[in-house]
Design a protein around this ligand. Structure first.
Ligand SMILES: Cc1cc2nc3c(=O)[nH]c(=O)nc-3n(C[C@H](O)[C@H](O)[C@H](O)COP(=O)(O)O)c2cc1C
Length: 373
Protein backbone atom coordinates (compact mmCIF):
# COMPACT_ATOMS: atom_id res chain seq x y z
CA UNK A 1 0.00 0.00 0.00
CA UNK A 2 2.79 2.40 1.00
CA UNK A 3 4.73 1.65 -2.18
CA UNK A 4 1.59 2.33 -4.25
CA UNK A 5 1.19 5.73 -2.60
CA UNK A 6 4.85 6.58 -3.15
CA UNK A 7 4.52 5.52 -6.80
CA UNK A 8 1.44 7.67 -7.37
CA UNK A 9 3.02 10.63 -5.55
CA UNK A 10 6.22 10.43 -7.60
CA UNK A 11 4.20 10.43 -10.80
CA UNK A 12 2.09 13.29 -9.59
CA UNK A 13 5.27 15.32 -9.01
CA UNK A 14 6.53 14.38 -12.49
CA UNK A 15 3.32 15.00 -14.43
CA UNK A 16 1.29 17.21 -12.12
CA UNK A 17 -1.65 15.14 -13.38
CA UNK A 18 -3.69 13.25 -10.87
CA UNK A 19 -3.19 9.50 -11.44
CA UNK A 20 -6.17 7.29 -12.14
CA UNK A 21 -7.14 4.38 -9.90
CA UNK A 22 -9.32 1.65 -11.33
CA UNK A 23 -9.87 -0.81 -8.49
CA UNK A 24 -6.37 -1.74 -7.36
CA UNK A 25 -4.85 -0.70 -10.71
CA UNK A 26 -2.66 2.38 -10.36
CA UNK A 27 -2.44 4.33 -13.62
CA UNK A 28 0.20 7.04 -13.42
CA UNK A 29 -1.15 9.26 -16.21
CA UNK A 30 -4.96 9.34 -16.50
CA UNK A 31 -4.97 8.79 -20.27
CA UNK A 32 -6.57 5.69 -21.78
CA UNK A 33 -5.79 5.12 -25.45
CA UNK A 34 -9.07 4.27 -27.18
CA UNK A 35 -9.31 0.84 -28.78
CA UNK A 36 -9.34 1.36 -32.55
CA UNK A 37 -10.37 -1.29 -35.01
CA UNK A 38 -9.70 -2.74 -37.43
CA UNK A 39 -6.01 -3.13 -36.69
CA UNK A 40 -5.34 0.51 -35.79
CA UNK A 41 -4.53 -0.16 -32.12
CA UNK A 42 -2.77 -3.46 -31.64
CA UNK A 43 0.16 -4.38 -29.40
CA UNK A 44 2.47 -1.74 -30.96
CA UNK A 45 0.42 1.31 -30.01
CA UNK A 46 -0.98 -0.20 -26.81
CA UNK A 47 2.44 -1.07 -25.37
CA UNK A 48 3.87 2.36 -26.28
CA UNK A 49 1.03 4.11 -24.43
CA UNK A 50 1.37 1.76 -21.44
CA UNK A 51 5.10 2.52 -21.31
CA UNK A 52 4.27 6.23 -20.90
CA UNK A 53 2.10 5.48 -17.88
CA UNK A 54 -1.28 5.48 -19.62
CA UNK A 55 -3.56 2.56 -20.47
CA UNK A 56 -2.79 0.89 -23.80
CA UNK A 57 -5.78 -0.76 -25.46
CA UNK A 58 -5.73 -3.50 -28.09
CA UNK A 59 -8.73 -3.54 -30.44
CA UNK A 60 -10.18 -7.04 -30.83
CA UNK A 61 -12.21 -6.11 -33.93
CA UNK A 62 -11.42 -8.04 -37.09
CA UNK A 63 -8.44 -9.96 -35.67
CA UNK A 64 -9.75 -13.05 -37.46
CA UNK A 65 -8.90 -11.38 -40.77
CA UNK A 66 -5.57 -9.95 -39.67
CA UNK A 67 -4.58 -13.40 -38.38
CA UNK A 68 -6.08 -15.55 -41.14
CA UNK A 69 -2.65 -17.22 -41.43
CA UNK A 70 -3.26 -18.85 -38.02
CA UNK A 71 -6.58 -20.45 -38.99
CA UNK A 72 -8.94 -20.47 -41.95
CA UNK A 73 -11.78 -20.26 -39.46
CA UNK A 74 -12.55 -16.57 -38.73
CA UNK A 75 -13.66 -17.21 -35.14
CA UNK A 76 -10.68 -19.38 -34.26
CA UNK A 77 -8.24 -16.96 -35.94
CA UNK A 78 -9.76 -14.13 -33.86
CA UNK A 79 -9.03 -15.97 -30.61
CA UNK A 80 -5.50 -16.93 -31.65
CA UNK A 81 -4.87 -13.40 -32.93
CA UNK A 82 -6.00 -11.80 -29.69
CA UNK A 83 -3.77 -14.12 -27.64
CA UNK A 84 -0.87 -13.22 -29.90
CA UNK A 85 -1.46 -9.45 -29.58
CA UNK A 86 -1.72 -9.66 -25.77
CA UNK A 87 1.47 -11.71 -25.64
CA UNK A 88 3.34 -9.23 -27.89
CA UNK A 89 2.13 -6.28 -25.78
CA UNK A 90 3.25 -7.98 -22.56
CA UNK A 91 6.69 -8.54 -24.08
CA UNK A 92 7.05 -4.81 -24.72
CA UNK A 93 5.65 -3.36 -21.49
CA UNK A 94 5.02 -3.95 -17.82
CA UNK A 95 2.35 -1.22 -17.96
CA UNK A 96 -1.43 -1.43 -18.00
CA UNK A 97 -2.97 -3.19 -21.01
CA UNK A 98 -6.65 -3.43 -21.88
CA UNK A 99 -8.70 -4.98 -24.67
CA UNK A 100 -11.59 -3.22 -26.43
CA UNK A 101 -14.48 -5.50 -27.35
CA UNK A 102 -17.64 -4.41 -29.14
CA UNK A 103 -20.93 -5.85 -27.92
CA UNK A 104 -22.24 -5.76 -31.48
CA UNK A 105 -19.66 -8.33 -32.65
CA UNK A 106 -20.83 -11.93 -32.93
CA UNK A 107 -17.58 -13.11 -31.30
CA UNK A 108 -18.06 -10.85 -28.25
CA UNK A 109 -18.11 -13.81 -25.80
CA UNK A 110 -14.98 -15.39 -27.35
CA UNK A 111 -13.06 -12.12 -27.13
CA UNK A 112 -14.12 -11.53 -23.51
CA UNK A 113 -13.29 -15.09 -22.42
CA UNK A 114 -9.88 -14.90 -24.11
CA UNK A 115 -9.08 -11.51 -22.52
CA UNK A 116 -9.97 -12.79 -19.05
CA UNK A 117 -8.07 -16.06 -19.53
CA UNK A 118 -5.03 -14.05 -20.65
CA UNK A 119 -5.40 -11.86 -17.54
CA UNK A 120 -5.52 -8.50 -19.31
CA UNK A 121 -5.74 -5.63 -16.83
CA UNK A 122 -9.07 -4.39 -18.15
CA UNK A 123 -11.77 -4.95 -20.70
CA UNK A 124 -13.47 -1.95 -22.29
CA UNK A 125 -16.79 -2.87 -23.87
CA UNK A 126 -18.97 -0.60 -25.99
CA UNK A 127 -21.05 -0.45 -29.19
CA UNK A 128 -24.05 -1.76 -27.28
CA UNK A 129 -24.76 -2.28 -23.58
CA UNK A 130 -22.58 -5.07 -22.15
CA UNK A 131 -25.28 -6.21 -19.72
CA UNK A 132 -23.87 -9.70 -19.11
CA UNK A 133 -20.19 -8.76 -18.98
CA UNK A 134 -19.59 -9.72 -15.28
CA UNK A 135 -20.94 -13.23 -15.98
CA UNK A 136 -17.64 -14.03 -17.73
CA UNK A 137 -15.46 -13.43 -14.67
CA UNK A 138 -14.08 -16.53 -12.98
CA UNK A 139 -13.22 -16.97 -9.33
CA UNK A 140 -9.93 -15.16 -8.82
CA UNK A 141 -10.16 -13.10 -12.07
CA UNK A 142 -8.32 -9.80 -11.76
CA UNK A 143 -9.49 -8.22 -15.03
CA UNK A 144 -11.40 -4.97 -14.48
CA UNK A 145 -14.61 -4.31 -16.41
CA UNK A 146 -15.23 -0.91 -17.98
CA UNK A 147 -18.37 -0.26 -20.05
CA UNK A 148 -18.63 2.56 -22.59
CA UNK A 149 -21.84 4.59 -22.39
CA UNK A 150 -23.21 7.67 -24.09
CA UNK A 151 -25.91 8.69 -21.59
CA UNK A 152 -26.67 8.78 -17.87
CA UNK A 153 -29.62 6.46 -18.57
CA UNK A 154 -27.33 3.75 -19.96
CA UNK A 155 -25.02 4.25 -16.96
CA UNK A 156 -27.87 3.66 -14.55
CA UNK A 157 -29.12 0.59 -16.41
CA UNK A 158 -25.67 -1.01 -16.39
CA UNK A 159 -25.01 -0.27 -12.70
CA UNK A 160 -28.42 -1.59 -11.64
CA UNK A 161 -28.35 -4.71 -13.79
CA UNK A 162 -24.77 -5.62 -12.90
CA UNK A 163 -25.39 -5.12 -9.18
CA UNK A 164 -28.68 -7.04 -9.18
CA UNK A 165 -27.63 -9.90 -11.41
CA UNK A 166 -23.95 -10.30 -10.55
CA UNK A 167 -23.36 -8.27 -7.37
CA UNK A 168 -20.78 -6.31 -9.37
CA UNK A 169 -20.34 -2.63 -10.23
CA UNK A 170 -18.29 -1.26 -13.12
CA UNK A 171 -14.66 -0.70 -12.12
CA UNK A 172 -14.83 2.53 -14.15
CA UNK A 173 -17.15 3.95 -16.80
CA UNK A 174 -16.19 5.58 -20.09
CA UNK A 175 -18.55 8.17 -21.51
CA UNK A 176 -18.02 8.66 -25.21
CA UNK A 177 -19.42 11.92 -26.57
CA UNK A 178 -20.47 12.72 -30.15
CA UNK A 179 -17.07 14.08 -31.30
CA UNK A 180 -15.43 10.62 -31.15
CA UNK A 181 -14.22 8.61 -34.11
CA UNK A 182 -15.77 5.37 -35.32
CA UNK A 183 -19.30 4.32 -34.43
CA UNK A 184 -21.26 6.77 -32.32
CA UNK A 185 -23.93 5.94 -29.75
CA UNK A 186 -26.14 8.82 -30.85
CA UNK A 187 -28.86 9.43 -33.41
CA UNK A 188 -27.65 11.54 -36.32
CA UNK A 189 -29.59 14.63 -35.21
CA UNK A 190 -28.11 14.40 -31.67
CA UNK A 191 -24.50 14.60 -32.86
CA UNK A 192 -24.43 18.38 -33.21
CA UNK A 193 -27.03 19.06 -30.49
CA UNK A 194 -25.39 20.74 -27.48
CA UNK A 195 -27.70 18.75 -25.15
CA UNK A 196 -25.55 15.70 -25.97
CA UNK A 197 -22.15 17.42 -25.76
CA UNK A 198 -19.48 15.64 -23.71
CA UNK A 199 -19.26 18.65 -21.38
CA UNK A 200 -22.95 18.19 -20.61
CA UNK A 201 -22.77 14.39 -20.23
CA UNK A 202 -19.80 14.29 -17.81
CA UNK A 203 -21.44 16.10 -14.85
CA UNK A 204 -24.72 14.23 -15.47
CA UNK A 205 -23.01 10.84 -15.32
CA UNK A 206 -20.84 11.77 -12.32
CA UNK A 207 -24.15 12.57 -10.57
CA UNK A 208 -25.70 9.28 -11.70
CA UNK A 209 -22.74 7.29 -10.35
CA UNK A 210 -22.65 9.02 -6.94
CA UNK A 211 -25.48 7.06 -5.25
CA UNK A 212 -23.96 3.75 -6.34
CA UNK A 213 -20.54 4.81 -5.06
CA UNK A 214 -21.98 5.92 -1.73
CA UNK A 215 -24.31 2.98 -1.21
CA UNK A 216 -21.73 0.32 -2.06
CA UNK A 217 -18.59 2.16 -0.84
CA UNK A 218 -16.87 1.76 -4.16
CA UNK A 219 -15.34 4.43 -6.32
CA UNK A 220 -16.38 4.35 -10.01
CA UNK A 221 -14.12 6.76 -11.89
CA UNK A 222 -15.61 8.36 -14.99
CA UNK A 223 -13.37 8.58 -18.05
CA UNK A 224 -14.37 11.05 -20.76
CA UNK A 225 -13.87 10.40 -24.48
CA UNK A 226 -14.58 12.08 -27.79
CA UNK A 227 -12.91 15.22 -29.11
CA UNK A 228 -10.20 15.50 -26.46
CA UNK A 229 -7.05 16.46 -28.30
CA UNK A 230 -4.87 18.71 -26.10
CA UNK A 231 -3.68 18.94 -22.52
CA UNK A 232 -6.00 21.90 -22.09
CA UNK A 233 -8.95 19.73 -23.18
CA UNK A 234 -7.89 17.19 -20.52
CA UNK A 235 -7.76 19.88 -17.84
CA UNK A 236 -11.16 21.27 -18.87
CA UNK A 237 -12.95 17.94 -18.83
CA UNK A 238 -11.34 16.89 -15.54
CA UNK A 239 -12.59 20.13 -14.01
CA UNK A 240 -16.10 18.94 -14.87
CA UNK A 241 -15.60 15.76 -12.84
CA UNK A 242 -13.88 13.29 -15.16
CA UNK A 243 -11.18 11.23 -13.43
CA UNK A 244 -9.41 10.58 -16.72
CA UNK A 245 -9.76 10.69 -20.49
CA UNK A 246 -9.84 8.25 -23.38
CA UNK A 247 -8.18 9.52 -26.55
CA UNK A 248 -8.13 7.84 -29.95
CA UNK A 249 -7.54 10.23 -32.85
CA UNK A 250 -4.38 11.82 -31.44
CA UNK A 251 -2.63 8.44 -31.31
CA UNK A 252 -3.34 7.53 -34.93
CA UNK A 253 -0.60 9.89 -36.13
CA UNK A 254 2.07 8.21 -34.02
CA UNK A 255 4.97 6.09 -35.24
CA UNK A 256 3.79 3.27 -33.01
CA UNK A 257 0.19 3.23 -34.31
CA UNK A 258 -0.34 -0.15 -35.97
CA UNK A 259 -2.07 1.17 -39.13
CA UNK A 260 -0.31 1.61 -42.48
CA UNK A 261 1.55 4.85 -43.21
CA UNK A 262 -1.16 5.68 -45.80
CA UNK A 263 -3.86 5.47 -43.11
CA UNK A 264 -1.90 7.88 -40.89
CA UNK A 265 -1.22 10.18 -43.87
CA UNK A 266 -4.97 10.38 -44.57
CA UNK A 267 -5.31 12.17 -41.21
CA UNK A 268 -2.53 14.61 -42.04
CA UNK A 269 -4.00 15.34 -45.47
CA UNK A 270 -7.60 15.71 -44.21
CA UNK A 271 -9.21 19.12 -43.95
CA UNK A 272 -12.04 19.83 -41.56
CA UNK A 273 -14.62 19.57 -44.36
CA UNK A 274 -13.44 16.02 -45.17
CA UNK A 275 -14.53 14.64 -41.80
CA UNK A 276 -18.03 13.35 -42.23
CA UNK A 277 -20.82 11.47 -40.54
CA UNK A 278 -21.62 8.30 -42.45
CA UNK A 279 -24.36 5.69 -42.08
CA UNK A 280 -22.66 2.46 -41.14
CA UNK A 281 -24.13 -0.94 -42.06
CA UNK A 282 -23.97 -1.69 -38.32
CA UNK A 283 -27.00 0.58 -37.93
CA UNK A 284 -25.19 3.38 -36.12
CA UNK A 285 -23.80 6.63 -37.46
CA UNK A 286 -20.02 6.80 -37.70
CA UNK A 287 -17.41 9.51 -38.21
CA UNK A 288 -14.90 8.99 -40.99
CA UNK A 289 -12.66 10.78 -43.48
CA UNK A 290 -14.33 11.16 -46.87
CA UNK A 291 -12.93 8.79 -49.50
CA UNK A 292 -13.78 7.70 -53.05
CA UNK A 293 -15.34 4.61 -51.52
CA UNK A 294 -17.80 6.73 -49.50
CA UNK A 295 -18.70 8.58 -52.71
CA UNK A 296 -19.34 5.28 -54.52
CA UNK A 297 -21.54 4.03 -51.66
CA UNK A 298 -23.57 7.26 -51.78
CA UNK A 299 -24.02 6.87 -55.52
CA UNK A 300 -25.37 3.36 -54.93
CA UNK A 301 -22.43 1.78 -56.75
CA UNK A 302 -21.58 -0.73 -54.02
CA UNK A 303 -23.27 -4.02 -53.23
CA UNK A 304 -21.72 -6.83 -51.20
CA UNK A 305 -21.95 -10.17 -52.94
CA UNK A 306 -21.86 -12.23 -49.81
CA UNK A 307 -21.34 -11.94 -46.07
CA UNK A 308 -17.98 -13.61 -45.53
CA UNK A 309 -17.66 -13.50 -41.74
CA UNK A 310 -21.04 -12.76 -40.10
CA UNK A 311 -19.04 -10.57 -37.73
CA UNK A 312 -21.70 -8.09 -36.56
CA UNK A 313 -24.98 -9.09 -34.93
CA UNK A 314 -26.95 -6.13 -36.33
CA UNK A 315 -25.58 -6.19 -39.88
CA UNK A 316 -28.11 -7.41 -42.46
CA UNK A 317 -26.32 -8.27 -45.68
CA UNK A 318 -29.49 -7.96 -47.77
CA UNK A 319 -29.71 -4.27 -46.76
CA UNK A 320 -26.02 -3.37 -46.29
CA UNK A 321 -24.39 -1.50 -49.13
CA UNK A 322 -21.01 -3.08 -48.31
CA UNK A 323 -19.17 -5.35 -45.86
CA UNK A 324 -17.82 -3.04 -43.16
CA UNK A 325 -15.08 -5.32 -41.93
CA UNK A 326 -13.63 -5.62 -45.43
CA UNK A 327 -13.90 -1.82 -45.89
CA UNK A 328 -12.06 -1.20 -42.61
CA UNK A 329 -9.33 -3.74 -43.39
CA UNK A 330 -8.84 -2.06 -46.78
CA UNK A 331 -8.52 1.33 -45.06
CA UNK A 332 -6.08 -0.10 -42.50
CA UNK A 333 -3.89 -1.06 -45.48
CA UNK A 334 -4.35 2.38 -47.08
CA UNK A 335 -6.78 1.35 -49.84
CA UNK A 336 -9.36 4.18 -49.86
CA UNK A 337 -10.92 3.13 -53.18
CA UNK A 338 -12.39 0.24 -51.23
CA UNK A 339 -12.56 1.54 -47.68
CA UNK A 340 -12.54 4.55 -45.36
CA UNK A 341 -10.68 5.69 -42.25
CA UNK A 342 -12.71 6.19 -39.11
CA UNK A 343 -11.61 9.40 -37.38
CA UNK A 344 -12.59 11.72 -34.56
CA UNK A 345 -13.75 15.28 -35.25
CA UNK A 346 -10.21 16.58 -34.57
CA UNK A 347 -8.39 14.36 -37.07
CA UNK A 348 -7.80 17.32 -39.44
CA UNK A 349 -5.60 18.95 -36.76
CA UNK A 350 -2.78 16.44 -37.24
CA UNK A 351 0.24 17.93 -38.99
CA UNK A 352 2.93 15.30 -38.49
CA UNK A 353 3.72 11.83 -37.23
CA UNK A 354 5.19 11.88 -33.71
CA UNK A 355 6.27 9.27 -31.21
CA UNK A 356 3.87 8.33 -28.43
CA UNK A 357 6.45 9.73 -26.00
CA UNK A 358 6.34 13.11 -27.77
CA UNK A 359 2.53 13.08 -27.73
CA UNK A 360 2.53 12.45 -23.97
CA UNK A 361 5.13 15.18 -23.42
CA UNK A 362 3.03 17.72 -25.35
CA UNK A 363 -0.16 16.75 -23.54
CA UNK A 364 1.52 17.06 -20.14
CA UNK A 365 3.08 20.42 -21.08
CA UNK A 366 -0.23 21.80 -22.38
CA UNK A 367 -2.01 20.49 -19.30
CA UNK A 368 0.45 22.22 -16.99
CA UNK A 369 0.22 25.48 -19.00
CA UNK A 370 -3.57 25.45 -18.89
CA UNK A 371 -3.48 24.90 -15.13
CA UNK A 372 -1.43 28.07 -14.83
CA UNK A 373 -3.97 30.14 -16.83
C1 LIG B 1 -9.89 4.79 -36.32
C2 LIG B 1 -10.79 4.60 -35.13
C3 LIG B 1 -11.29 3.34 -34.85
C4 LIG B 1 -12.08 3.13 -33.71
N1 LIG B 1 -12.51 1.86 -33.41
C5 LIG B 1 -13.17 1.62 -32.26
C6 LIG B 1 -13.50 0.29 -31.87
O1 LIG B 1 -13.18 -0.68 -32.55
N2 LIG B 1 -14.19 0.12 -30.72
C7 LIG B 1 -14.56 1.18 -29.91
O2 LIG B 1 -15.18 0.97 -28.87
N3 LIG B 1 -14.22 2.45 -30.26
C8 LIG B 1 -13.53 2.69 -31.38
N4 LIG B 1 -13.15 3.97 -31.69
C9 LIG B 1 -13.39 5.06 -30.71
C10 LIG B 1 -12.12 5.31 -29.85
O3 LIG B 1 -11.83 4.19 -29.06
C11 LIG B 1 -12.22 6.52 -28.91
O4 LIG B 1 -13.11 6.32 -27.87
C12 LIG B 1 -12.66 7.78 -29.61
O5 LIG B 1 -12.11 7.87 -30.87
C13 LIG B 1 -12.27 8.97 -28.74
O6 LIG B 1 -12.44 10.17 -29.42
P1 LIG B 1 -11.19 10.93 -30.14
O7 LIG B 1 -10.83 10.08 -31.30
O8 LIG B 1 -11.77 12.25 -30.51
O9 LIG B 1 -10.07 11.02 -29.15
C14 LIG B 1 -12.40 4.21 -32.85
C15 LIG B 1 -11.90 5.49 -33.16
C16 LIG B 1 -11.11 5.69 -34.26
C17 LIG B 1 -10.56 7.06 -34.55
Amino acid sequence: MLSLLVYLWRNYIRTKMRGLKIGNLAIAVPIVQGGMGVGISLSGLASAVANEGGVGVISSAGLGLLYKNLSANFLEASILGLKEEIRKAREKTLGVIGVNVMVAMTNFADMIRTSIAEKVDLIIAGAGLPLDLPSFLKKGSTTKLVPIVSSSRATKIICEKWKTNYDYLPDAVIVEGPKAGGHLGFKEEQISDSEYALEKLVPEIVKELKPFEEKYHQSIPLIAAGGIYTGEDINNIMKLGAAGVQMGTIFVTSHECDASEAFKQSYIDAEEKDIEIIKSPVGMPGRAIFSNFIAKVRDGKKQPVKCPFKCIKTCDISKSPYCIIVALINAFKGNFENGYAFAGSNAFRATKISSVKEIFQSLLREYKESKGK
